[in-house]
Design a protein around this ligand. Structure first.
Ligand code: SAM
Ligand code: SF4
Length: 334
């Protein structure tokens, strides 16, 4: 089918969805406390993880017939999935897909960056919460900050269209390093974005007062760098507010204190093949069994459209009675 005849994915509030986050695994090589449990993480049965062919079918269908234009590969840790550059190459070949990116903790990036670039990956987001090995161990319950730092440098050397750093903003952990982290990014000419901590941890220990807010971050940055200037945001579906700082830019994603739900254009597919219309959705639509039973493209697409149509107006984190989703972050795909 030609791309011109696609029918967009629209919800009942008129929001058009053209961005897909797809998880390729729920497994991970570290155990960040804000995402996974320290021990005993529950993983999906390996036979239930979508194959590369199943992923390719879904993405091609969504690009050709539903107007998906950008795809971010995530997890779990996507680089622990074997042969990931082969998947990237398959997806990069889909006509009409305008952007292909991946989010990683960076620990395996030094060995994979070149192959990913060669396969057609355009942009990388790398998570970096600390520059201190002791703090890294406290957050991730594992060793290996040096590997993440090597991964960042390898990615920069490979010449991706963009490399961005994601830093989770957590009160009591992030404040002492805000300045060093920003300076680290400025020195490498890459953008760092702070993300307000969200209630997606397996341990269900998230508390509102653990969120280091965008305003609090800006106050710290203003004191150190002076003159932190907001930059206008032409694309309202872009969650990061950007600020000019010193000789570069930083971003702040205020998922809690200034949610961007009204402009949300994202859908998600989990590693075991369920489509979700929101990170915080309390229900999801399984696709894997349908696909393995031979569902037609038309029926598969109408199942996805029905899921998108039922999207809630907003995530509701700040409202009474909010319930976090059944699946924690690593099992959804961040
Ligand atoms: N493993 C990869 C990584 O860490 O970059 C990709 C998956 S991870 C779930 C994607 C992003 O979600 C990371 O930037 C991570 O910091 C973020 N994340 C995880 N748990 C979160 C939480 N509770 N609140 C906000 N962001 C979270
Ligand atoms: Fe793994 Fe990423 Fe979750 Fe950390 S945030 S435990 S790196 S999936």
């Amino acid at each position: 089918m030609s791309q011109a005849s696609f029918l967009p994915l629209v919800d009942s509030f008129g929001r058009v969805h053209n961005s897909l986050r797809l998880s390729v695994t729920d497994r991970c090589n570290i155990r960040c406390f804000y995402c996974m449990p320290e021990n005993g993480a529950q993983f999906v049965d390996r036979n239930h993880i979508l194959s590369f062919e199943e992923i390719h079918r879904l993405v091609r269908l969504l690009v050709e017939q539903a107007g998906i234009r950008d795809l971010r590969i995530t997890g779990g840790e996507p680089l622990v999935r074997k042969q990931i550059p082969c998947l990237i190459e398959m997806l990069a070949g889909i006509e009409g897909l305008e952007d292909l990116s991946l989010t990683t903790n960076g620990m395996l990036l030094a060995e994979h960056a070149q192959a990913l670039k060669h396969a057609g990956l355009r942009r990388l987001n790398i998570s970096l919460d600390t520059l201190n090995e002791t703090v890294f161990r406290k957050i991730t319950r594992r060793e290996g900050l040096d590997k993440t730092l090597q991964g960042i440098d390898s990615a920069i050397q490979c010449g991706f269209e963009s490399v961005k750093l994601n830093t989770l903003a957590i009160k009591g952990i992030t404040e002492p390093e805000v300045t060093q982290l920003v300076q680290y990014a400025l020195d490498r000419d890459v953008m760092l974005r702070f993300i307000e901590f969200m209630p997606l941890d397996t341990d269900r220990a998230w508390q509102q007062d653990q969120v280091l807010t965008g305003d609090q971050l800006l106050a710290i940055l203003q004191k150190v760098f002076g003159n932190v200037k907001p930059i206008s945001r032409p694309d309202p579906s872009q969650p990061a507010e950007e600020f000019q700082i010193s000789n570069g830019r930083i971003g702040i994603i205020r998922s809690i204190t200034a949610p961007f739900c009204q402009a949300c254009n994202r859908i998600r597919i989990t590693a075991d093949g369920a489509v979700r219309n929101c990170l915080f959705a309390t229900s999801e639509t399984p696709l894997r069994i349908l696909m393995r039973e031979g569902v037609s493209d038309a029926d598969l697409l109408s199942t996805i459209r029905a899921c998108v149509a039922g999207k809630a107006k907003a995530h509701g984190i700040n409202e009474d009675g909010f319930q976090p989703p059944d699946r924690p972050m690593y099992a959804i795909g961040g």
